[in-house]
Design a protein. Sequence first.
Length: 102
Amino acid sequence: MKTAALLLVISYAVLMLYALWKQKNRNICMGAGCLLLLAYALLFILKNRGPMPLLLLGMLCISAGALLNGIRQKKVHLLHHLIRLLLEAAIAALCWISLGGI
């Protein structure tokens, strides 16, 4: 379960970095969130524990960056952001459970 959670965090961060790279407008908030997620994954690998606030802050930054990007382009898709929040909540819950949160 820990491996699945770690793979989800890494793949989500890499996917968001790829989306950031493909954008015309660079978003610092989204990039910082991706780096925070990769830092969480590195700490998870090295210490076998990752600080949950780092994970939550990274996902919050990615969501805020995506929302700001949508507002800037005047194309805010609410369903897209709802799905993103549900996916992030599921990843965070899986990480929390795999670390013995319950």
